[in-house]
Write a protein that binds this ligand. Structure first.
Ligand SMILES: CSC[C@@H](O)[C@@H](O)C(=O)COP(=O)(O)O
Length: 320
């Protein structure tokens, strides 16, 4: 099942704001509807955002075919809907590069991006599972954070695709899904996807992660990325850095799985990445708040990055 697609002239997504209580399909016909879905996290996760961005340009190209100024403004709105995951701007720019050839060419490019992400998920699952067995043992217990499944990547996913592949091989002893405050992508979305796949798992509060590692309850950490910088710094959901510190202290492998579409060599390091702050309303009605949605894990805490094309062993000095 594709969690985002182009169907009969509209973008169809599974509304991730209402899972797991309800499986609701949303049809998005306009750029404002698509931007609202991105900003509410009805569609989210770096690879899925790349596809959403490209489909957004396809919507804009149809509606504003005769109005170049309105078309440019709509494309910019989609590109700026969220700032951190590089896939969104990248998907938008790739699709927008076809605008001079007309709406059908834009849609074809967006569908190509979708298909590339599907293929990338399958490649990462196999390569990542091989690496996990090498680094974490034959039947590891893994901790993951946020949601990196098909919901975040059209089908299968990045880190969660690796988890699925290990399960398929009979090479998985357990999964801890870190709940992922404040929007609970782990407790709601990852738990839902693991249940659908028949994979046993336990949800833990985010702050339990480093303690579970110290107590010997997991053999490795595997998660995704929203942007991988030229120096190897990894930008991912807030809480990732704490898990990386815990893994280092416990001597555990810390593995990042992301497609090449998330690798951004034009961003030199984590310092240069705009980190979305989602405001106080998401976390407290009583106080001002600081609510960074992502953090920066420095490259020296990362054991390896698995993409659809390669394994980058940062622990061995490999470079992006
Ligand atoms: C395969 S998804 C990798 C990342 O995009 C994921 O870990 C993440 O941080 C998503 O953040 P979100 O704010 O839910 O879009």
């Amino acid at each position: 099942m594709r969690t985002i697609d182009w169907v009969d002239g509209a973008v169809e997504i599974i509304d991730q704001t209402v899972l797991p209580k309800e499986v609701r399909v949303l049809r998005l016909h306009t750029v404002p509807e698509l931007v609202a879905a991105i900003q509410s996290l009805a569609v989210r996760g770096a690879p899925a955002l790349g596809v959403a961005g490209a489909f957004g340009v396809a919507l804009a190209a149809r509606v504003h075919a005769d109005d170049p100024a309105a078309l440019a403004a709509a494309v910019t709105r989609v590109e700026n809907a969220r700032p951190t995951a590089v896939n969104l701007a990248r998907g938008v720019r790739r699709a927008a590069a076809q605008l001079h050839r007309g709406p059908d060419a834009v849609l074809a490019e967006a569908c190509a991006i979708r298909d590339e992400e599907v293929a990338a998920s399958q490649a990462m699952a196999v390569r990542g599972a091989d690496l996990v067995v090498e680094l974490c043992g034959a039947r590891p217990r893994l901790l993951t954070h946020c949601n990196t499944g098909g919901l975040a990547a059209v089908v299968l996913g990045t880190a969660l695709g690796v988890v699925y592949e290990l399960h398929r091989r009979g090479a998985l002893a357990g999964v801890v899904a870190s709940e992922t405050r404040p929007l609970l992508q782990g407790a709601r979305l990852t738990a839902w996807e693991l249940s659908r796949w028949g994979i046993e798992h336990r949800v833990a509060v985010d702050s339990a992660g480093p303690f579970l590692m110290a107590r010997g309850e997991v053999d490795g950490v595997i998660l995704g990325a929203d942007r991988i910088c030229a120096n190897g710094d990894v930008i991912n959901k807030i809480g990732t850095y704490a898990h990386a510190l815990g893994a280092r202290r416990a001597g555990l492998p810390f593995i990042v799985v992301a497609p090449e579409s998330t690798v951004d060599v034009s961003t030199p390091s984590g310092d240069a990445v705009p980190i979305e702050d989602r405001g106080a309303a998401e976390i407290t009605p009583w106080s001002d708040a600081v609510n960074p949605a992502f953090d920066v894990t420095p490259r020296d805490l990362v054991t390896a990055i698995v993409t659809d094309q390669r394994v980058i062993r940062l622990d061995r000095g490999n470079r992006i």
